[in-house]
Design a binder for this molecule. Sequence first.
Ligand SMILES: C[S@@+](CC[C@H](N)C(=O)[O-])C[C@H]1O[C@@H](n2cnc3c(N)ncnc32)[C@H](O)[C@@H]1O
Length: 249
Amino acid sequence: MTVGAHIAPIARSHIENADIVFFAGHPLMEMWVTEMNSNLHSLQVFYAEGKDRRITYKEMVNAMMTEVRAGKKVVGAFYGHPGVFALPPHNVIKIAKKEGYAAHMVPGISAEDCLYADLGVDPGKVGSQHFEASQFMFYQRQVDPSAYLILWQVGIAGDKSAAKFSTGKAYRQILVELLNENYPNEHKVALYECPTVAIREPRIEWITLGDFIEAELSLITTMLIPPSQKLLKNQSIIDRLALLEKNAH
Ligand SMILES: C[S@@+](CC[C@H](N)C(=O)[O-])C[C@H]1O[C@@H](n2cnc3c(N)ncnc32)[C@H](O)[C@@H]1O
């Protein structure tokens, strides 16, 4: 997430010892990874506004698999955690294994991890639920308003084409109306962006849900929605557990 800071020693070691490294992330991160292995090929070249990301992801997988099939030791380095809200890393490992090659993922520090640290949120306090914003809109999901709700990719919320780099206010209006089923417009939400370089501060902007429609969003914005309801006791389970305790003595 942050250049020069967020990498596990095992991930660095794999990158340093690879024959070829494919990279997806910010140009500054790419420069950092190039210092670890100069045979780096950018996967960013496959992205283009107006191009279906599902095609982009297939092209990324094909580029990596071509080198695997040529017998090379290949690393796909993706910013954040490679397996969090990211399709190509999971797909390429699946395909490589199916073809008989040894392949595995090592974890990284995701946007979620940085969010917990920067916003001082413990996901275990009342529980947390994560959704990709568009999927949250396209499907009927059960929201628990007594837990944290974290929405990813809010900058492209509602994009059916999977080809946009941003969606507009009309899309966000629909998302807000959907959220209004559990959260009033005055409910405070946080827009979060972890900095790419350590000298920058994270973006932590507390706004009302209603103001989200006009908010400035980017491709890296994540939204945290704190609970709107208190935890409700499950008295029948509590009673059954109390009975167990009583019978044990
Ligand atoms: C395709 S996902 C990739 C997530 C990445 N694999 C990770 O582990 O964080 C992109 C989404 O992750 C979140 N994200 C990525 N970079 C971020 C950052 N610097 N700060 C906050 N959220 C970020 C945003 O919700 C963004 O729309």
